[in-house]
Design a protein around this ligand. Structure first.
Ligand SMILES: CCCCCCCCCCC/C=C/C(=O)SCCNC(=O)CCNC(=O)[C@H](O)C(C)(C)COP(=O)(O)OP(=O)(O)OC[C@H]1O[C@@H](n2cnc3c(N)ncnc32)[C@H](O)[C@@H]1OP(=O)(O)O
Length: 302
């Protein structure tokens, strides 16, 4: 017997900003002895789908990002990610596995179309949402694992670094903050996060060159914690990592995490406006707009 719950995760309209946990069906599955018992959810929108499956034995939620073709992060998708995290907090999830539902790509980072030909107003909306979503992910009360099952450049790497543990599918994909390669600069809170992850020496080398690491290079410098050969192996390792927290009191765990992350978090919280101004000044400059246009063209030409 499997108990299935569905929750509708609303966005962009009727269910805006809420996940409703609705017990929908109780049904028997023939010929099955040990099926997992879980909560299953999916929502769709023009700005991306997020599939959420909660294992109701462990309380661990698997969140699958799905915005074809490359899970690029635009305002709506970031908002959906934030709403999902809010709902998981509310429902007291015991852990998060953040992964991609698309083949080959974890996330391609920021949607460059949000940066190219933008207005100050649209960029403000976008960047403010990015700050807000990142703050939420970086400070979740539950433990988090990024299961990086595809490329993770730019903000894709930033999302992964904000999870507490990183498992990457090898050997084909790459991860890193590649902003300098694009002629732009990683914002200070990306830099802080990379320093927290790699230490200043390796962060400087990585950031100044905009290096995209293969999974084995990433493992060597500590950008990821484990490299796996299949998604199944990745899921098993993620579950094993999270299971260690089943016996650790949640509040002690959370406060310890926040203590360690406090400097990086409060640096952004205190300097949000300054960060936004930096971004507007840089991104709306003619030179950067030209560079972004060429970069977009090069992606399309492939
Ligand atoms: C004083 C201090 C000042 C500080 C100021 C701060 C300033 C702002 C900082 C901004 C920080 C930026 C962070 C970022 O995340 S930028 C984005 C980084 N990401 C990338 O560079 C990835 C680019 N994409 C790729 O490398 C490849 O697409 C990828 C490896 C991800 C997948 O390759 P694949 O071959 O599978 O797919 P395609 O390349 O053919 O792509 C398919 C279509 O998707 C489009 N695409 C790809 N990436 C993006 C993207 N990030 N945004 C929008 N669109 C993207 C691509 O053009 C293809 O489109 P078409 O189908 O139309 O051809």
């Amino acid at each position: 017997m499997i108990i299935s719950f569905h929750y509708n995760i609303g966005n962009q309209g009727i269910f805006h900003n809420s996940i409703m946990f609705v017990k929908k069906a109780l049904f028997a599955v023939p010929n099955s002895k040990s099926l997992p018992i879980g909560l299953v959810a999916r929502f769709s929108s023009a700005t991306g789908d997020i599939g959420v499956t909660v294992n109701d034995k462990t309380g661990v939620a698997t969140v699958k990002l799905q915005r074809a073709p490359v899970n690029s992060l635009n305002t709506g998708f970031l908002k959906n990610i934030e709403s999902t995290l809010d709902s998981l907090e509310k429902e007291k999830a015991r852990g998060l596995i953040l992964t991609s539902g698309l083949p080959k790509i974890f996330t391609a980072g920021l949607d460059i179309l949000e940066l190219y030909n933008c207005t100050t107003e649209s960029l403000t909306t976008f960047w403010t949402q990015l700050q807000s979503t990142w703050l939420k992910l970086h400070a979740t009360s539950f433990p988090s694992v990024a299961l990086i099952n595809g490329h993770a450049p730019g903000a894709g790497c930033q999302l992964a670094m904000s999870c507490e543990y990183r498992i990457m599918l090898g050997p084909k994909y790459t991860i890193g903050l590649n902003e300098t390669k694009m002629g732009i600069i990683a914002p200070f809170w990306f830099v802080d996060t990379m320093i927290d992850t790699l230490g200043p020496r390796q962060a400087e080398l990585a950031l100044t060159s905009g290096k995209l690491f293969t999974s084995s290079e990433a493992l060597k410098v500590g950008l990821i914690d484990e490299e796996v050969g299949s998604e199944e192996e990745g899921v098993a390792k993620a579950e094993a990592f999270l299971s260690q927290y089943a016996t650790i009191p949640g509040t002690a765990r959370k406060l310890t995490k926040l203590m360690i992350r406090e400097k990086t978090i409060s640096n952004l919280v205190k300097n949000k406006d300054k960060d936004l101004k930096n971004v507007i000044d840089l991104i709306t400059s003619a030179q950067v707009q030209k560079g972004l246009g060429l970069y977009l063209q090069s992606l399309k030409k492939k």
